[in-house]
Design a binder for this molecule. Structure first.
Ligand code: ACO
Length: 377
């Protein structure tokens, strides 16, 4: 019998979904059939989150109720704040987020319920509470008191306020909102798949989301945006960028923020973010980060474009966050802040017709062996 092994599950369809469509060769991404560029231009993170949960565009009343619901759920239990304050200094914020979300579940009387209604109610709370948790981790790690959420700000604006203690300008809040919209969902990526794999055992929504946080943390997935900023800091100045990248590629090393399992052309999200990064850089007299990125993009596309290697969403996101005054270590938690909506919606959609995920491996190990006593080995 011949078996085909789909390494990395590339091209394997394991379910149907009505949420997100990606055409990697043409660089197309849609949610509910609507292009990502239109979501970024016209919508908000709140609206896209609800649309993903509902599987359709909400009407004005549904959106107003959801918005009020998110605001009402911004507070996190005081006990959790104390736990966050007690985390050791210097832990990676993704470690802290993973632990805090797991802890959050302990305070939710509905945590163990797995009906669609329960998963949806938990998801609506978690979408709101992720912002408060991540901001509290940042403050606690800096030895500062967490900032209480404000109800008069948008989800994005309130997060920036809780993170820094300063109210962002309308432009900053909107820019961050767009970044959240761009990251909210992306089909069956590693972390969404992980969330679904956990929920497919009929485990609870908190367990599914904690699993997803662990999967997002790695540098080949959500951790890439932080790695891009490390690379920019290592390069230092724009004049060194081309030779740095050429040397790296000659050594067959990976350049962070480029390449994608699905996109073999420009990731459409990277184009939207590039335009905003350019706008911010222009306002600030062309920040050196942006100039370095421009050179890297050109060098990579010249050299690897024929192989389908182009900038992905993480390539420009870090500079946008950095211009908003956000520290590098918080870029991946911010990815989670956005992707929580996609994780929750995808799990709920999958659970409607759940089937335990249980793939297989081709066995290539020894056969016909016998146990050898320890003293005889
Ligand atoms: N830098 C240099 N070369 C690359 C890169 C890169 N970032 N990515 C792929 N290549 C090369 C590979 O070395 C390979 O070359 P070869 O044919 O000579 O062996 C070829 O392009 C094909 O690459 P694969 O590794 O097969 O592509 P794969 O689909 O497995 O990789 C991945 C996708 C893991 C994202 C990869 O591009 C990568 O490591 N990128 C850097 C990390 C990154 O930015 N991750 C974020 C992804 S987006 C997200 O999660 C939000």
């Amino acid at each position: 019998m011949t078996t085909t092994i789909a390494k990395g599950l590339e091209g394997v369809l394991f379910t149907e979904s009505k949420l997100t469509f990606i055409n990697g060769t043409e660089g197309i991404l849609t949610h509910l059939g609507i292009p990502i560029q239109e979501w970024a231009e016209n919508s908000t993170f709140e609206e896209l989150s609800l649309a993903l949960l509902l599987g359709r565009l909400p009407n004005a009343q549904e959106l107003a109720e959801f918005d009020a619901d998110l605001k009402a759920n911004r507070e996190i239990p005081g006990e959790l704040v104390e736990v966050i304050k007690a985390f050791p200094r210097g832990v990676h914020p993704m470690q802290a987020l993973r632990t805090a979300v797991s802890h959050l579940g302990l305070f939710d009387p509905q945590a163990e319920e797995t009906s669609e209604a329960a998963r949806t109610a938990i998801s609506r709370r978690m979408i709101a509470q992720f912002a408060t948790i991540i901001a509290a981790i940042n403050r606690a790690q800096e030895g500062q008191e967490p900032v209480a959420p404000r109800l008069d700000l948008t989800h994005a604006g309130n997060f920036l306020y809780m993170l820094t203690g300063q109210e962002p300008t309308a432009e900053q809040a909107r820019l961050f909102d767009i970044a959240l919209v761009l990251h909210a969902d992306h089909g069956m990526n590693a972390s969404t798949f992980t969330a679904i794999a956990t929920a497919s055992t009929l485990s609870d929504q908190y367990s599914a989301i904690v699993s997803a946080i662990g999967a997002l943390k790695g540098p080949l997935h959500g951790g890439a945006n932080e790695a891009v900023m490390d690379m920019l800091d290592e390069i230092g100045t724009p004049d060194k960028a081309a030779s740095y990248i050429t040397d790296k590629l000659d050594r067959k090393e990976k350049v962070m923020g480029v390449g994608h399992r699905v996109y073999k052309y420009f990731d459409p999200r990277s184009r939207v973010l590039r335009d905003y990064a350019a706008h911010v850089a222009e306002k600030q007299g062309k920040s050196h980060y942006y100039q370095i990125l421009e050179t890297i993009e050109k060098t990579v596309v010249d050299r690897l474009g024929s192989k389908g290697i182009y900038p992905n969403v993480d390539f420009y996101s870090g500079t946008v966050y950095s211009d908003l005054g956000i520290q590098k270590a918080y870029f991946t938690p911010i990815f989670a802040l956005a992707r929580i909506s996609g994780w929750c919606a995808s799990v709920i959609e999958y659970e409607r017709d759940n089937r335990l995920l249980r793939p297989d491996a081709e066995y290539t190990g020894a056969t016909n062996q016998h146990y050898v006593q320890l003293q005889d080995r």
